[in-house]
Design a protein around this ligand. Structure first.
Ligand code: ATP
Length: 447
């Protein structure tokens, strides 16, 4: 973990947030390369969820959430962690962090009983701060998918099964954020709510577990580093009938990367008006004052059905940590030296190709290099960088460390023969190719 954290800081992937004022615990900022990597991971998810399927639509809903939404979702009452205080040193712990009855910080056994601590952040909406104005920062992106269920079906004429996908920030006031970007207080989620006919939910649950494992493998996460955890019933969230967690061997241990839950008809049922008429199977909160019936009319029987929901919910930040961990390698070279290489899947690499003129600021070389950069950039395959550093060896090392799949060197011969040297990150092999062929090389490697 230390090596990854150091690389992230040195090369501009991830920084401690508010660092110049001493930092703010549990928050991180994504730097110039981190933002590209994170965007690429999100894009890959969006492509597989929305573009590659015709049964999923996207959404981007608000973060600030009305308390009634989170009351009827059950979060106001149950979204808590057990908090224990050490009366001696005042340290605070989540109960499951204590391995004995002593404080891990000072060793004292003078600890409080665990008490529920609600993880949701509150804020005020509008200029007057009172009990009417308070709102929550959403603790998951899911709820606004449920509250928009009717808007989406009315505007897209979807029939079951279909899904709504969303990527966005979520906030949890974790008692002890830890392990770099693994457990933070502000993070991003990629969530799909997939609505199915009751009765077909268990089959869809299995299908989604398989699809999600396959997707993580396509992002470079090794099967050998993933394990499925069937969450025991006493640990299930209040809305869940069954949950399978995809666990990943993070540098600090085996922990949850993504959860795939069968949320039944709990959420749509809870947010619906006239619940009695709807034959909801899950035990929902009653007396809802919402003005909407979150159900769908069966095209044949004309009966109103409250769909069951399968929810694959993945953390973007945990995903970034997993793909960085998988990609980070130190390799011994034949000349006795070693190199650090970030063998990211090329579609995730922050920079797809670096165009490097052999001599810094040389008019002819830089002119040709910038023309190549512009032409490749137009292909829309991701970021192409003009690297006018004049030091080829150093540039190769830097681009190995940040995971750039191709380095393209423009030398004096290039001015005459319209060819460049292309170096492959993984094999370190160099090939002379025509400039006109660069497009194919880049497209091939990004496949
Ligand atoms: P954990 O048990 O690790 O606290 P959770 O079961 O509460 O996680 P979910 O509510 O299932 O998590 O959220 C879905 C996903 O959101 C998780 O699989 C994880 O990737 C991500 N996530 C949840 N909490 C955090 C956090 N504090 N920091 C970063 N990512 C998080």
């Amino acid at each position: 973990m230390e090596e990854l954290v150091a690389l992230c800081k040195r090369r501009g992937f991830i920084f401690q947030s508010n660092e110049i004022y001493g930092g703010l615990q549990g928050l991180y900022d994504y730097g110039p390369l981190g933002v590209e990597l994170k965007n690429n991971l999100k894009q890959s998810w969006w492509r597989s969820m929305v573009f590659d399927r015709d049964d999923v639509e996207g959404l981007d809903a608000s973060i600030l959430t009305k308390p009634s939404v989170l009351k009827f979702s059950g979060h106001q009452d149950t979204f808590t962690d057990p908090l224990i205080d050490c009366k001696n040193c005042k340290a605070r712990w989540k109960a499951d962090q204590l391995k004995s009855s002593n404080c891990p910080s000072c060793g004292s056994d003078d600890l409080t009983e665990p008490r529920p601590f609600n993880l949701m952040f509150k804020t005020a909406v509008g200029p007057v701060e009172d009990k009417e104005s308070f709102a929550y920062l959403r603790p998951e992106t899911a709820q606004q998918i449920f509250t928009n269920f009717k808007n989406v079906i009315d505007s897209t004429s979807k029939n079951l099964p279909f899904g709504i996908a969303q990527i966005g920030k979520a906030f949890r006031n974790e008692i002890t954020p830890r392990n770099f970007i693994f457990r933070v207080r502000e993070f991003e989620q990629m969530e799909l709510e997939f609505f199915v006919n009751p009765g077909s939910d268990e089959e869809w649950h299995k299908k989604w577990v398989d699809l999600r494992v396959k997707w993580w493998k396509e992002q470079g996460v090794g099967q050998e580093n993933m394990e499925l955890y069937d969450v025991p019933s006493k640990e299930l969230a209040h809305y869940s009938k069954a949950t399978v967690d995809i666990m990943y061997r993070f540098p600090h241990g085996l922990e949850e990367l993504e959860g795939i839950a069968n949320r039944t008809d709990f959420d749509l049922g809870s947010h619906s008006k006239n619940q009695k008429e709807l034959n909801i199977k899950a035990k929902v909160m009653s007396n809802n004052k919402s003005n909407s019936r979150l159900a769908i009319q069966d095209t044949d029987s004309k009966k109103w059905v409250v769909p069951y929901v399968i929810e694959p919910s993945a953390g973007v930040d945990r995903g970034v940590l997993a793909v960085l961990n998988e990609a980070y390698k130190t390799e011994e070279l034949t000349d006795g030296k070693s190199r650090i290489v970030l063998a990211l899947r090329p579609h995730l690499s922050p920079i797809k190709g670096a165009v490097i003129p052999l001599k810094k600021n040389h008019q002819g070389l830089v002119g040709l290099a910038s023309k190549i950069k512009k032409d490749l950039q137009k292909l829309g395959l991701g970021r192409i960088l003009l690297e006018n550093s004049g030091n080829i060896g150093k540039s190769y090392r830097r681009h190995d460390e940040i995971g750039t799949p191709l380095c393209i060197t423009v030398d004096f011969e290039s001015l005459d023969d319209n060819s460049v040297t292309v170096r492959n990150r993984d094999t370190m092999k160099q090939k002379r190719i025509k400039i006109a062929k660069l497009k194919d090389s880049l497209t091939d490697i990004l496949k």
